[in-house]
Design a protein around this ligand. Structure first.
Ligand code: SF4
Ligand code: SF4
Length: 510
């Protein structure tokens, strides 16, 4: 870490000069045999990786029509090329979204199109060689699947989906990423990304009850595995112990306490995150999501609320209905999905984001705040990619942008927006999403954070912003790690419910 320095801020954010090969060979650590096999993938690169890889690609092309369209539709207009934070920060031309796509497109052309079979050189088609496979591993693990580039593509080509397909092919031939596969293994075995067993969680929650009692004089509960609770809270495991995440967990608990809502956490479904999406593997995605259904059925809860985690909310909002039966469109032939549908209270959104819950309670005047408690903060809001470009909240278009901002404005007096071409659907990734939040990618993470840091710096200098709120566990972890490298205080980052926690009125301190 000592030799990783932040790139200089650009005076005018123009397209950076190219540095070919700048990030060659700087991909993440490869998973060991043990990690791959633990989640059902070949332990190491199989001997017939070429044939298996091409067969897998064919399977994905026939299964996902969108992938085939993305392979065929690009006209190389270049509109996406300067929209990726990793290209901006690293200047490696292979981190341009179109170049990243072409890593796969060139192989697609060679094996799945007639011109590519007959005249490969004329159409930029390439054989899948070991060198190409290594290049895939290197650069598809330098994409955070943030989808910013797709906002600017006239054809709506989604590079994230191409990255997911590439990672799925890589896993299928035994070329998995250490960080993601290790985390998936922990969820299957223990129930959460951090590998925290039930007793450790229970201890942490008891400690939090004591801390909150000491600070407020109020008995705010952090219940676990309570049968018959109204709400099951599914939250990222980082909320249980990492800073500043834990302050948001305290905020959720205070909201449930203040509104008299019976709620519970679960020792079995103690993780909102779902890295199955990052590696593009449906079976892993579903298996992880099913823990939540199993828990919900066992506890008999009537509502499922999701804590501050960007990709978890995308998975919940966009995919849970078909993965585990939470949400409209749940399978009619899946007996357990139907059982859960009958059990859930459909007067409420299923699933519901904690911001939707809190905003709804604010609307019902069930919460009161002393906004002055946040007066030490001049706050801005960082939209997280998967919330901004992969989900919604509330009943109106753009609710995923407005609801968190509305909550901040309800609990604090000082709010400032960052530049509009870097917020809402055009938000920049924090630099650590999509399975890249690992120290073996620290250089990429630091460089990929450049666009967000540049814009944060503007509001710091112009408005004295000293707090950047966000509703994503990965953003919080990434920013607290890389912001000191840019000269910012790591405590500048926190959750929306951290601000709620500061200002919420629970009663008189005894
Ligand atoms: S999805 Fe995000 S990280 Fe990936 S190429 Fe597009 S802008 Fe870059
Ligand atoms: S913006 Fe779309 S069509 Fe243009 S180069 Fe990028 S992916 Fe291709």
């Amino acid at each position: 870490m000592a030799d990783i320095t932040a790139p200089a801020y650009r005076i005018i954010p123009i397209i950076p000069a190219l540095k070919p090969g700048a990030m060659a060979g700087k991909g993440p650590f490869v998973a060991s045999d043990k990690l791959n096999e633990a989640i059902g993938f070949p332990g190491k690169l199989v001997e017939d990786w070429h044939d298996r890889g091409i067969a897998k690609m064919g399977e994905l092309l026939s299964k996902y029509r969108s992938l085939k369209v993305y392979m065929d539709a690009c006209v190389h207009c270049g509109a996406c090329s300067d929209k990726c934070h990793y290209f901006i920060g690293t200047q490696d031309p292979k981190n341009m979204p179109v170049a990243r796509q072409d890593l796969m497109r060139s192989v697609y052309r060679r094996y799945f199109t007639l011109p590519g079979k007959w005249f490969p050189k004329l159409v930029g088609a390439r054989d899948l060689t070991r060198e190409v496979l290594d290049e895939w591993y290197n650069y598809f693990y330098q994409c955070s699947e943030c989808r910013r580039c797709s906002v600017f593509c006239p054809y709506g080509i989604d590079t994230a989906e191409i990255t997911m397909a590439a990672r799925e092919i890589l896993d299928s031939v035994g070329y998995g990423q250490k960080y993601s596969n290790e985390i998936i293994g922990k969820v299957h075995k223990i129930g959460n990304n951090l590998g925290l067993p039930g007793p450790a969680l229970r201890d942490t929650l008891e400690g939090l009850e004591e801390d909150v009692k000491e600070a407020t004089g109020i008995d705010v509960r952090f219940p676990m595995d309570v049968k018959g609770a109204e709400v099951l809270l599914i939250t990222p495991s980082a909320d249980f112990f990492a800073e500043p995440h834990i302050d948001s967990l305290i905020g959720y608990a205070k909201v449930f306490h203040a509104t008299g809502t019976s709620w519970t956490l679960s020792s079995m479904a103690s993780e909102a995150g779902n890295f199955g999406m990052f590696i593009g593997n449906y079976d892993q995605l579903r298996k992880i999501a099913l823990r939540i259904r199993e828990t919900a059925l066992e506890l008999g809860v009537r509502r499922i609320v999701v804590g501050e985690c960007g990709h978890a909310w995308r998975v919940a909002y966009s995919f849970w209905n078909t993965l585990n039966g939470v949400g409209e469109g749940a399978s009619e032939v899946d007996r357990f999905a139907q059982m859960l549908q009958k059990q859930l209270d459909h007067r409420y959104k299923q699933p519901m984001h904690i911001c939707e819950f809190t905003w709804d309670m604010i609307g019902r005047k069930a919460l009161t705040f002393d906004k002055s408690k946040n007066d030490k903060h001049i706050i801005t809001f960082h939209d997280s990619c998967n919330v901004a470009r992969g989900s919604r909240m509330g009943d109106l278009p753009g609710g995923q942008f407005e609801i968190p901002r509305n909550i901040i404005k309800a609990v604090a007096n000082n709010f400032v927006e960052m530049s509009p071409n870097t917020t809402r659907e055009q938000t920049f990734c924090c630099g650590g999403g999509g399975g890249l939040l690992t120290d073996d990618l620290l250089e990429l993470r630091v460089k990929g954070a450049l666009p967000r840091m540049e814009v944060l710096n503007q509001v710091v200098e112009e408005h004295g912003v000293n707090f950047m709120a966000t509703i994503c566990a990965i953003c919080k972890a990434q920013f607290t790690k890389i912001m000191p490298i840019y000269g910012f205080d790591r405590r500048m980052v926190g959750g929306v419910h951290q601000l709620v926690s500061n200002a919420i009125e629970l009663g008189e301190k005894k």
